[in-house]
Design a protein. Structure first.
Length: 256
């Protein structure tokens, strides 16, 4: 974790919920009861829900509350995450998937490992680039699926207009303000994910517009093509490497 902070000082750093729970168990706070408190704090989209979860944990065990609170809410609770990355993930599944993707090369010597990873990524990026150019969608299919779920739940919400682009949305239990111009909702989900939440969808439908038009540009075809536009170039074999006067780098010596 310290290496990330040094190399990417401006990068936001989130903690994986699964590893957080494992470390919490090592500290002596384990069991379904603690997991329920952590889940509520981690998945909280608003400060109100976060505070409720933390207060419940504090009432149950003050020491456990101090342990979790010391970590810093910006590292593990959705409500405190930066909206810049447009993602609400609280687990590191992305890195686990990549580790599995390169697992066949991980036990190779360092140069061989890196070259094989480069080669595999070179092919994958090219496939993604070609696929994106031929794709007929304008919004990524995963996001379309998420948006359809929000549309489904929007039917249970009621919209009350305050002004142009300003709406008060009453859900089954809570009431939030939606601003279509700033693309924000009081539940904080829209800001964090870049995908209109059910409250925003309700307001958008009330204005007779399309929720798809309010999806963040991160998830559009143009952004997808930009992401895969850079080319990973072919590398010649060792027989074509440039010869230098530098001494050879020997592999490390192993001791039992």
């Amino acid at each position: 974790m310290n290496a990330v902070a040094r190399v990417f000082p401006d990068c936001k750093h989130r903690y994986c919920k699964r590893h957080l729970l494992a470390n919490m168990a090592i500290a002596g706070y384990r069991g379904e009861k603690y997991k329920s408190f952590v889940d509520s704090a981690v998945y909280a989209y608003t400060e109100y829900d976060y505070n409720r979860a933390m207060d419940a944990l504090k009432a149950f065990n003050t020491k456990a509350w101090k342990w979790l609170n010391y970590l810093g809410k910006e590292h593990f609770s959705r409500h405190a995450f930066s909206s810049r990355s447009r993602i609400d993930l609280v687990v590191n599944n992305l890195s686990e998937v990549f580790n599995n993707y390169i697992i066949e090369f991980r036990d190779k010597p360092i140069v061989t490992m890196l070259d094989k990873i480069r080669q595999k990524l070179m092919v994958r990026v090219n496939q993604k680039r070609d696929g994106g150019q031929q794709a007929m969608w304008e919004i990524t299919t995963v996001v379309v699926g998420i948006l359809e779920v929000e549309k489904k739940y929007a039917r249970y919400c009621n919209a009350y207009q305050s002004g142009v682009g300003l709406w008060e949305i009453l859900g089954s239990e809570r009431q939030y303000e939606v601003n279509l111009f700033s693309r924000t909702c009081g539940c904080n989900k829209w800001q964090l994910t870049g995908i209109p939440c059910k409250h925003a969808v309700t307001a958008i439908f009330a204005t007779k517009e399309r929720p798809e038009d309010y999806v963040d540009e991160y998830f559009r075809k143009e952004a997808y093509l930009r992401a895969y536009a850079p080319v990973i170039y072919p590398v010649p074999g060792e027989h074509d490497w440039t010869t230098t006067d530098s001494p050879d780098i020997d592999p490390p010596k192993f001791t039992k």
